[in-house]
Design a protein around this ligand. Structure first.
Ligand code: TNX
Length: 538
């Protein structure tokens, strides 16, 4: 093992020396206009940026090398090559013998000597001849290549040389996330979204270094994940959605495909089965589960808080055991979200009994329980996590229990809140959240929760008012970029005026990805396809 690593390292050095030697012979100095790495539109903003005012000339004579062929690092290199090809239509070889004429190298390197030890830390050194990306782990390298992607110009600079080059500003970046958990949630229960839609969302989130996607898989209106031991959940419970359309569900194979797609982007999928409330679709499928005393019928409206499981029947817990077991078996991430919100027709003592019993089931299947902040009213373990969406009192209870919190205050972080009174989609029960309100707050100190109790930030997207990917994008973009920065960047590096400009410069990327973002009039969008006036006219 050690021997092969040494051989690889030496062969890499050999190639590098060879490439650099060839370069010396051929080097025609290119006079770049001065660059300023610190002024680039990074999103989220890196921890430290030190510009050196020159540039690395990316072109078809560039090659990528990574430490450890065939490894996770090589996959990161290939991911970068694929994205370079998609952006500027240049094929860059990865770990192949330096091709004829190779002049410059991007090296993605595992390093044990970074200033920061977090697995997602990376350092990027950009000089005229080489780009060196150092990280402790492939995950860190993956975050680092997102940064690099963001500074590859959209257009080449043909005036500088005979061949087309894409100058990347030179300098050094040292980066590391403020919070380890940076998430978004997608509600696929109120309206169902396809595997393709979810993959597109994942791909966009990964570009902005978000590393968690929480899937709200079940609710009153629909059950969206195949459970082999209880097939009616999807046959009946998945057959409709808000507004009465056909609904749908993920087979376990579909779900695995989503998990694998996310894993390739170092993103964790968190499955949520919401209970004991929000369970009408399950109870229609299997009426013995029902505890609200009524005969459950399929529900296509948007009210909340009317359903509950029967919390005093052992058969209900046997059912939950099957559901948690089957989903946990296809979920590599460490978490299982049990919902637990708005159980308005569950008696308080029944609710507490239920949460405590379900926590044990989740633990038995090897997962860490997450629940909406109400779960902190039960006597649960400090290893469980509360997602703070509404109640400061519950958040404080969670802290008293030594639990960690995911910060998702509806007033600040709900992607389904309307931007303003003119917004085409969304609700406003918590607030109107324009793009500045979404960004100008501080999760590090929100509600006085000690920072060591904060696992991170998550922006939930509930889908009562959105039924397709365009509408999803309208609510999520651009606000989700702000949540990425609130969870990745430090407070000292966050500034609305500076953010506004960097956000405006995301337009070419979002357009190229065909994202139907909301072109907020607060932002001076860089040549956006959609103007505010046009979208409001639709
Ligand atoms: C509250 S947030 C809910 C959801 C709704 C959402 C709409 C939470 C834990 N529960 O059931 O979809 O508001 O904004």
């Amino acid at each position: 093992m050690l021997k092969s690593t040494l051989i690889k390292t030496f062969s890499f050095l050999f190639i590098l020396i060879h490439v650099l030697a060839c370069q010396e012979e051929k080097k025609k100095p290119i006079n770049f206009p001065p660059t300023n790495l610190a002024q680039e539109s990074f999103m989220p903003k890196p921890l430290k940026i030190i510009p050196t005012h020159s540039a690395f000339a990316l072109d078809r004579y560039t090659a990528i090398f990574t430490s450890e062929n065939e490894s996770e690092y090589e996959k990161v290199g290939q991911f970068l090559a694929k994205k370079i090809k998609a952006k500027i239509d240049v094929e860059i070889p990865v770990n192949s013998d330096a091709p004829e004429g190779t002049q410059r190298v991007i090296y993605i390197n595992r390093s044990d000597s970074l200033e920061m030890e977090s697995p997602e830390a990376y350092e990027l050194y950009i000089t005229q001849d080489t780009v060196i990306l150092n990280s402790n782990t492939a995950e860190g390298a993956f975050r680092g290549i997102q940064t690099l992607r963001q500074i590859i110009p959209e257009a080449s600079n043909d005036t500088l040389a005979e061949q087309r080059i894409w100058p990347i500003p030179s300098g050094k970046i040292i980066d590391n996330p403020n919070f380890a958990y940076r998430g978004s949630m997608l509600d696929v229960a109120r309206h169902f979204f396809s595997v393709e839609d979810v993959k597109k969302y994942i791909d966009l989130l990964a570009y902005y270094k978000i590393n968690v996607l929480h899937l709200h898989l079940t609710d009153d209106q629909g059950w969206r994940i195949e459970i082999k031991s209880w097939p009616k959940l999807t046959e009946i419970g998945g057959s409709t959605e808000v507004g009465g359309e056909a609904g749908g569900f993920f087979t376990q194979e579909d779900y695995k495909e989503i998990v694998a797609y996310a894993a390739e982007r170092y993103m964790t999928i968190i499955p949520e089965v919401d209970m004991p409330g929000h369970t009408n679709a399950a109870s229609v499928s299997y009426p013995f589960l029902n505890g609200n005393g009524k005969t459950p019928k399929l529900y296509e409206g948007t009210h909340v808080g009317f359903s509950t499981f029967n919390t005093r029947k052992d058969t209900v817990y046997a059912f939950i055991d099957d559901v948690v077991r089957e989903i946990s078996a296809i979920t590599p991430g460490p978490y299982f979200h049990i919902g637990g919100d708005e159980s308005h027709v569950t008696k308080k003592r029944d609710y507490i009994y239920f949460v405590e019993r379900v926590e044990k089931i989740v633990q038995k299947h090897g997962k860490r329980m997450i629940g909406w902040d109400e779960v902190a009213t039960a006597d649960i373990d400090s290893t469980s996590i509360a997602q703070w969406w509404a109640s400061e009192e519950n958040a404080k209870k969670a802290v008293e229990k030594g639990m960690q919190l995911i910060v998702s205050p509806a007033k600040k972080a709900y992607l389904d809140m309307q931007y303003d009174t003119l917004s085409k989609h969304g609700l406003h029960w918590a607030a109107y959240i324009p793009v500045d309100t979404a960004y100008v707050w501080n999760p590090d100190t929100y509600g006085g929760i000690p920072k060591e109790n904060i696992l991170g930030v998550e922006a939930p997207l509930w889908s009562e008012t959105i039924s397709n990917i365009d509408e999803l994008e309208y609510l999520a973009f651009p606000r989700v970029l702000g949540y990425s920065e609130l969870s990745w960047s430090t407070e000292e590096n966050r500034d609305w005026e500076d953010y506004k400009v960097r956000l405006a410069n995301q337009a070419p990327f979002l357009d190229r990805m065909d994202v139907k973002y909301y072109p907020s009039p607060l932002i001076d969008w860089k040549k956006s396809k959609y103007t505010y006036e046009e979208i409001e006219k639709d």
